[in-house]
Design a protein around this ligand. Structure first.
Ligand SMILES: [Zn+2]
Length: 234
């Protein structure tokens, strides 16, 4: 919060703004109103940029030391110095305590404590696969995992235009405990249609294992939970 440094307008070159957006998805918020800003306004920068500018209208200056809507630079996932939302989320609670403290310092009054989620999902996540089964094969230590591919999920065009891949899945077979991070394992492309069972072959020594299977949408967002199955190989 910097309530005494009145903002007078920082302008960035159109080319620089566009390059920043394409390179790292970071954009000086004052690009609003320029052509580069128009590109940004097409997606999740829009609300952030408008709320930031309204902060200036109220008399708030830039904050460069900590998380604030008044950070001069933002990504689609939030002001640059704030904890970032997931790529498939937007900042549905714009104001930080710093912004509110600044406005109260200027205008007086008291503020209600923040309520509601800070980050909201932009679209429904893909469901986990269903019907996980493990069967022994004729090979020594050979097993076949099967699970049903879920219905596809439409990803909003403004997201999928940046990172469109075929839907995929992640299978993690871990000893003793269930895997919780799908990003720690490789993604594989489905070779079946939605609703059909996918088959995977694995080799397993005797032991107790957790089989966890995530579906991953075309924006590489995994299902919120995996399908899980505990198995005991003797
Ligand atoms: Zn600003």
């Amino acid at each position: 919060m910097n309530r005494f440094r009145r903002h007078v307008g920082v302008h960035v070159e159109k080319a620089r703004a566009q390059a920043a957006l394409q390179r790292a998805e970071r954009l000086p918020l004052e690009a609003i109103g320029r052509e580069g800003g128009a590109v940004a306004l097409a997606d999740r920068f829009g609300e952030q940029a408008l709320a930031h500018e309204l902060g200036h209208v109220l008399g708030l200056g830039h904050e460069t030391r900590g998380c604030s809507l008044m950070n001069p630079v933002a990504t689609p996932e939030g002001p640059a110095l704030c904890p970032q939302a997931k790529p498939w989320q937007w900042r549905c609670r714009m104001l930080t305590s710093d912004d509110v403290t600044g406005a109260v310092a200027l205008y007086g009054g008291t503020a209600r404590p923040p309520s509601g989620a800070r980050d909201c999902n932009l679209y429904a996540g893909i469901r986990a696969p269903t019907g996980v089964e493990v069967r022994a094969t004729s090979e020594t230590h050979g097993y076949q995992i099967s699970f049903r591919r879920p219905a596809p999920i439409p990803v909003p065009a403004f997201l999928s235009s940046r990172r469109a891949e075929p839907e995929s899945f992640v299978t993690a077979v871990t000893s003793g405990r269930c895997a919780t991070d799908p990003h720690a394992f490789g993604r594989l492309a489905w070779n079946v249609k939605p609703g059909e069972p996918q088959l995977e072959r694995v080799r397993l020594e005797p032991g107790t294992y957790c089989v966890a299977v995530w579906a991953v949408d075309s924006f590489t967002r995994p299902s919120p939970q995996p399908a899980r199955l505990w198995i005991r190989i003797v």
